[in-house]
Write a protein that binds this ligand. Structure first.
Ligand code: ZN
Length: 271
């Protein structure tokens, strides 16, 4: 009898184990202000190659994100440099992290959506971090003659071999438990990436990078004329839409002002 009870208990435990959510209990996602928005701009010329945004004016915002996983931290994107004219954030990422009692050396990973200046400006503040970047973007940053538009300078620590880099050719399960996944979404740049965070309470959150820049482009498959590869962009947006539908994810477009409110206002975060 005892043995049967033990077996039953073991079975129940195994079932409970199977049913347990994949996400770690202690997972927090916090938005960090990573630039100063300028006046709304007409987006039709630069951000749609099908002339489909006639008359649309939008204000771009600049967002980075802190992921707390147990006692480990990942930063997603590093925004504008503090020296960027007009658009520099009023407060550095390091100063904002201090308000959360997080020191720069505690950042284990810096995930980079792509190599543009408004996503990489403050990466040099985190020399101890492992940089998770798409291989195509890393190849451009570390090439002897980086192409125009590749913000390679702040990556000196890593291009000189003084810091660790993982140049990702595929998706990356960052903490190994399926809770935070860097997604390969090329097109805007050769190695562009997006981020999936599986929060216990809020549910799944999909952070775009610049796979799209605002809601209208996400909905209409609009592609900026300056993107690296149109076909890859369309395929990546299709992938994001499919993931969002299957996982019922909240989609957060990093440059879209209307998406800021999808997360609590700093210093609060979503769990
Ligand atoms: Zn970009």
């Amino acid at each position: 009898m005892n043995r049967i009870l033990t077996l039953l208990a073991a079975g129940a435990c195994a079932l409970a184990g199977l049913a347990a959510p994949a996400q770690a209990a202690d997972l927090t996602l916090t938005r960090i202000e990573c630039g100063t928005p300028q006046a709304p701009v007409d987006v039709n010329t630069r951000f749609s190659d099908t002339y489909s945004l006639s008359g649309l004016k939008l204000q771009f915002v600049y967002s980075c994100y802190l992921v707390k996983h147990g006692d480990e931290y990942m930063l997603w994107d590093t925004g504008h440099a503090m020296t960027a004219p007009n658009v520099a954030p009023k407060e550095s990422i390091v100063d904002q992290l201090a308000k959360l009692n997080v020191k720069p050396d505690q950042i284990k990973y810096v995930g980079i959506s792509h190599y543009h200046g408004d996503h990489t400006g403050q990466v040099s503040s985190f020399p101890k971090a492992i940089v998770l970047i798409g291989k195509g973007d890393w190849d451009a940053i570390s090439s002897p003659n980086p192409p125009q538009g590749v913000n390679y300078k702040p990556f000196e620590t890593w291009t000189k071999g003084e810091g660790k880099v993982e140049a990702l050719a595929l998706d990356k399960d960052v903490f190994g438990d399926g809770s935070v996944i860097v997604l390969r979404t090329p097109g805007h740049t050769p190695g562009h990436q997006s981020l999936l965070v599986k929060l216990a309470q809020k549910g799944n959150v999909l952070i775009s990078g610049d796979a799209v820049h605002f809601r209208e482009n996400y909905e209409s498959d609009g592609v900026p004329a300056f993107n690296f590869d149109r076909a890859q962009t369309v395929a990546s947006v299709e992938r994001l839409k499919k993931i969002a539908a299957v996982l019922k994810a909240t989609v957060i477009i990093q440059h879209d002002k209307r998406d800021i409110e999808k997360l609590p206002a700093f210093p609060a975060g979503a769990n």
